[in-house]
Ligand binder design. Sequence first.
Ligand SMILES: NC(=O)C1=CN([C@@H]2O[C@H](COP(=O)(O)OP(=O)(O)OC[C@H]3O[C@@H](n4cnc5c(N)ncnc54)[C@H](O)[C@@H]3O)[C@@H](O)[C@H]2O)[C@@H](O)CC1
Ligand SMILES: Nc1ncnc2c1ncn2[C@@H]1O[C@H](COP(=O)(O)OP(=O)(O)O)[C@@H](O)[C@H]1O
Ligand SMILES: [K+]
Length: 509
Amino acid sequence: MKIFSAHQLKEADQITLEKQGISSVDLMERAATLVYEEIHRRLQNADIPVKIFCGIGNNGGDGLVVGRLLIEQGYNVTIYVVNYSDQRSSEFLTNYDRVKNLTKNWPVLLKSEEDFPEISVGDFVVDAIFGIGLNRPLGDWVASLVRHINSSGAFVLAIDMPSGLMADAATDPKNDIIRASFTITFQTPKLVFFLPETAEFVGDYLVLDIGLDRDHLLKTEPVARLIGKPEAKALYRPRNKFSHKGTYGHALLVGGSYGKMGSICLSGTAALRSGAGMLTFYVPACGYEILQTALPEAMVLTDVHEKTLSKIEFDLDPSVIGFGVGVGTSKSTQQAFEQLLKKNKKPMVIDADGINILSKNKEFLKLLPEGTVLTPHPGELKRLIGEWKDDFDKLEKARQLAREHNLIMVIKGAYTFTVTSEEIYINNSGNPGMATAGSGDVLTGIIASLISQGYEPLVAAVLGVYLHGKAGDLAAENLSYEGTIAGDIAAHAGPAILDLFKQDENNEN
Ligand SMILES: NC(=O)C1=CN([C@@H]2O[C@H](COP(=O)(O)OP(=O)(O)OC[C@H]3O[C@@H](n4cnc5c(N)ncnc54)[C@H](O)[C@@H]3O)[C@@H](O)[C@H]2O)[C@@H](O)CC1
Ligand SMILES: Nc1ncnc2c1ncn2[C@@H]1O[C@H](COP(=O)(O)OP(=O)(O)O)[C@@H](O)[C@H]1O
Ligand SMILES: [K+]
């Protein structure tokens, strides 16, 4: 699914009005009616107080429409207008009059803290104060209204965006932002729904297709793409009946050290479980028996050194090299890595201490083959690109590094972002059960495996991240979040592939 900026959405809005020959009040009616239907479907005429807080722009206009339709349906509704300015939009004014015509009363005007109504835990609050139009922090008393709503403990449904969040810019998390229980958003989710500093304010979210012009949206380059099952399925390539193990490549995983052989074992298991034709480990000598015993399907080459890597030499022609899992950052390992980079031309996936070594030796970045995939978690990323001001600054810095060295940056997190010089992909699978030791090692193995099977590195990264998250989801279905360990995620790589072809009841990911 494409993610558009506020500016792009407003443009699509205008084009839709022209092409469909409708007014913006009509579009607002259409969008807000869908919101009303969702609310009605969930509340089922329950007799609970519904308190709708409307701004004076078009987000407020949506709130007024929702309020009117709920009142017509017999709900117990109070509409409050958060009157922070007198520059009301014309769509707001039209709907303001429509409410008055229906109820014979004007909605309640809020102009300062003295006007705030009481909000009880059992109320159903609708936040229609600001949507994608917000472009600066909230003014004083509006900010305290947000605090008032947040501290009420009531269920809060945000329309389009939680008020206080900007669609395409960082919001200082210390500012006041509506903490929504649920957000119903129009046409596409917004980028800030997925960034670590802001995602928590959104709650669960639902995207409503409000019928913006399809052709225009199709040809508009988005700010990011959300990768769910349909997108992942489109990237998957089925196997050929007459293929053999050579068709699916030979993955070489270089890493491990004394006490950390499990990490590379997890990567290797995941690589085979996601389809690599052959797998060889290159590890310090102490890993030999461990890996031959734990994963008999793999071959093992060993360094002359017992506990860490000192020289990486092999007599095979790998399709891909995965480097860094459990490898440590000793001087000899750093030198061995440099020597490998100087002679290697094969695609690479670099994780964990491999990234830490790059951070210590920035000049190594120049030696990386084009399209190398780096898979940092936030700590590793910070070592690599330095501190960032906010999530947008982080994305920009990651993008600059990707551009400079032709890299694919897989920034891991609850929503993993794959960033190239031009594009951003946001993964929509995965769960908190994956916050467990070794789950990143599994991802490295899956991405390396897909490259070994012939997927382009960017496709391997995007599809690999999706399958990894889905494998975690399937594992947790049986084992719970708490009970899922990294080996279970690796074991579910195959079921995650099968799942691409399963029809979901609710058509979601
Ligand atoms: N395709 C679309 O984009 C549609 C948009 N609709 C609604 O329209 C909303 C956008 O409406 P608006 O553009 O009127 O914007 P908002 O209603 O989000 O904000 C109102 C106005 O407040 C001003 N403002 C921004 N930051 C402020 C601040 N901190 N303090 C005081 N004033 C501030 C801006 O001039 C802004 O336009 C969407 O979020 C959505 O709810 C829907 O009605 C239907 C379709
Ligand atoms: N809350 C979460 N939701 C979804 N995915 C998660 C969550 N926490 C962790 N993950 C995923 O688990 C992996 C953790 O990787 P990493 O931090 O490198 O772990 P390790 O170093 O233990 O292997 C990443 O792919 C990340 O996206
Ligand atoms: K809102």
